[in-house]
Design a protein around this ligand. Structure first.
Ligand code: FE
Length: 192
């Protein structure tokens, strides 16, 4: 009888140990995935790395990006895919405001630098600040092009060409899905 009681107690403690271990593993995997990054943007609850104010460089694994981005954005931003011309929401958009990286929130372009094109992708003649985007040589598809990536998270945004309008002569040809537009706040009316 004493032996059975001792056995039952041992089984109980083993079970408690196993449950505790499994709970710890769950917590650890969550911590690794989210990397304790501060996230305050309520419009992007699935992406804890999104911020329109933090310009700190982001280096995340492909697996993490796949988890926090939509499948369509993930394919463009992390695998360099290109959306179909005239299919995106910004190619002919004329709102006044800023365009941010859809993957991380980094501010990239101002609407003042956007110009009308017939190429089917939103196009800008300059970035909002020199380091808001970075450039990479792209020799894919038998062409020599300059790829444009986000200066904060290195997301693929599109390419830049030398056939743009003044004052820069550049044409930043971007994927709409890689951008998010933030409309300027209306300035308060002055009292008469
Ligand atoms: Fe980014």
């Amino acid at each position: 009888m004493k032996f059975i009681s001792h056995l039952a107690r041992t089984v109980f403690f083993v079970q408690v140990f196993m449950v505790t271990l499994s709970a710890c593993n769950g917590a650890q995997s969550k911590t690794v995935t989210q990397n304790s990054k501060v996230m305050t943007d309520k419009q992007h609850p699935a992406n804890p790395y999104y911020s329109r104010t933090d310009t700190t460089s982001l280096t995340l694994s492909d697996a993490v990006w796949k988890e926090v981005l939509s499948p369509e954005l993930y394919e463009v931003a992390r695998h360099g895919s290109t959306e179909q011309a005239f299919s995106g929401k910004y190619w002919d958009y004329e709102g006044r405001g800023s365009y941010h990286c859809a993957a991380c929130g980094n501010r990239l372009f101002r609407s003042d630098a956007k110009f009308v094109t017939t190429c089917g992708w939103p196009s800008f003649f300059e970035a909002v600040r020199p380091n808001s985007v970075l450039y990479r040589k792209d020799s894919s598809f038998g062409m020599e092009r300059t790829e444009v990536v986000c200066g904060r998270c290195k997301a693929h945004l599109g390419h830049v060409f030398d056939d743009g309008p003044p004052p820069t002569g550049k044409r930043f040809c971007m994927n709409s899905i890689a951008l998010e537009f933030d409309q300027d706040k209306a300035s308060p009316k002055k009292r008469p």
